[in-house]
Design a protein around this ligand. Structure first.
Ligand SMILES: Nc1nc2c(ncn2[C@@H]2O[C@H](COP(=O)(O)OP(=O)(O)O)[C@@H](O)[C@H]2O)c(=O)[nH]1
Ligand SMILES: [Mg+2]
Length: 221
């Protein structure tokens, strides 16, 4: 795929949430992609954590990816709304070496689609883009590419990718593809400058409130 990043200028931040059953390799993916490290030790994640990576960083354009790891909450099969808040994309992870676990993707996709929306105009919300991420492609006896793609089609997902964090296969291409599509369709939600303008408006409101407080103090001493 060809990418033409030059069509955007400015500073963008994209929150992407990473979900899926315990042990599928979510934390390993984030570690590999952001720090280029891999470990075989299984440590379940405690607490919501996120990692930042600059995908593009030149004088005209900065695209920062914020990858949110799950908080051990994956045990409950769904996540809190806070975790999903302001996400612009989701990676639903399934372990390619567990043929009977492909359907676990269904409930994660349903959970995301019931909890997070992008208001594209005054009366229309859309669900965020979702990628189906197959993990551990280095192992034998994998879910077939055909069945895997069929799962993506069944849910009308933005894309599917077969990856391995152990061998660092497919991760960069998957992220480029996903972020490019998010920028193409939803860059206004990722634009940091637009977001700062929003918070400036909030500050103005606070200033309106402050003088009242001062007045009331003056009145009563
Ligand atoms: N063979 C192989 N093992 C992996 C891969 N990614 C993760 N693992 C292993 O799978 C286990 C669970 O990984 P982890 O990232 O903690 O899963 P999480 O619970 O989804 O965060 C660990 O023992 C990892 O070393 C991979 O690409 N290939
Ligand atoms: Mg984890």
């Amino acid at each position: 795929m060809d990418y033409n990043w030059a069509k955007w200028k400015g500073e963008y931040r994209i929150k992407i949430i990473v979900v899926g059953e315990p042990g599928v390799g979510k934390t390993s993916f984030i570690k590999r992609y952001v720090q280029n490290k891999f470990s075989h030790d299984y440590k379940s994640t405690i607490g919501v954590d996120f990692a930042l990576k600059n995908l593009i960083n030149n004088s005209n354009l900065t695209i920062m990816i914020q990858l949110w790891d799950i908080a051990g909450q994956e045990r409950f099969g769904s996540m809190t709304r806070v975790y999903y808040q302001k996400a612009l994309g989701a990676l639903v992870c399934v372990d390619l070496s567990k043929k009977d676990k492909l359907d676990a993707a269904d409930k994660w996709i349903a959970d995301i689609r019931s909890k997070v929306f992008l208001p594209i105009n005054d009366n229309e919300n859309v669900s965020i883009p979702i990628f189906l991420m197959g993990t551990k492609a280095d192992l034998p006896d994998l879910i077939s590419p055909r069945n895997f793609q069929a799962k993506g089609n069944q849910h009308n997902l933005m894309g599917v990718a077969r990856t391995s964090s152990l061998t660092n296969t497919g991760l960069n291409e998957m992220m480029l593809q996903m972020v490019y599509k998010i920028m193409d369709e939803y860059s206004s939600f990722a634009d940091i400058e637009e977001r700062e303008t929003e918070s400036d408006e909030l500050k103005v409101d606070e200033e309106h409130i402050q003088p009242k407080t001062v007045n009331s103090k003056e009145c009563c001493t």
